[in-house]
Write a new protein. Structure first.
Length: 200
């Protein structure tokens, strides 16, 4: 076999592998530039805290101001963000629903794909309703295009089981290997105070 054709074949295989890897992330694509991280982290953390503080106060103004426009598409499809988020808003609005805790539980991790920068912050909240508590483990996803000035956000702090599917639906170009955290809800049994003995 002519060695020239062997090299041509290897070149074609290499080209296919390079093209197919565009838009994906592997661990080595996590941003390690400490100066860049030090510059971007405060803004991402500040924005995420604004979102969570608003939720605690049941004021979703910041959530919608900072929301990634991609989440507003296809609102009528059941598996999209808006119906689930509206259900969450409706669920926590009553006065007897309160937050014992709602916080960021991790430093942001930054990743870079071909067109976008991403950040992921993990979250935890404890929701109290009457005689029950619910622990919600979730995350906030931040995205900024290379030509954009500001980060935009997807709030998945409510512990939705299908959070990963919703993320993939709205961000079809999201790198396949982006490490999206698990999102879950767990019910916590309350310790009820012992009843008083009213025996005469």
């Amino acid at each position: 076999m002519n060695i020239k054709y062997v090299y041509i074949g290897l070149f074609v295989v290499l080209a296919v592998l390079i093209v197919s890897s565009w838009g994906t992330i592997n661990p080595s694509w996590q941003i390690k530039d400490t100066d860049w991280i030090a510059k971007e982290s405060p803004q991402v953390i500040s924005d995420a805290k604004r979102i969570l503080d608003g939720i605690r106060e049941k004021d979703f103004t910041s959530s919608f101001e900072l929301m990634d426009p991609k989440l507003l598409l296809s609102a009528e499809v059941p598996q999209t963000f808006q119906p689930s988020y509206q259900d969450y808003i409706d669920h926590i609005q009553p006065e007897n629903v309160t937050f014992e805790e709602i916080s960021i539980t991790s430093e942001p991790k930054f990743f870079r794909s071909k067109y976008d920068d991403f950040a992921i912050l993990q979250t935890k909240s404890i929701l109290v309703f009457r005689d029950s508590k619910t622990e919600q483990v979730g995350f906030i996803l931040a995205r900024r295009g290379r030509e954009d000035q500001h980060w935009k956000y997807a709030d998945f702090s409510a512990g939705w089981v299908n959070a990963k599917d919703i993320v993939r639906y709205h961000f079809p170009d999201l790198p396949k290997n982006l490490p999206i955290p698990d999102s879950k809800t767990k019910f916590i049994a309350l310790e009820l105070a012992p009843s008083k003995d009213t025996t005469p």
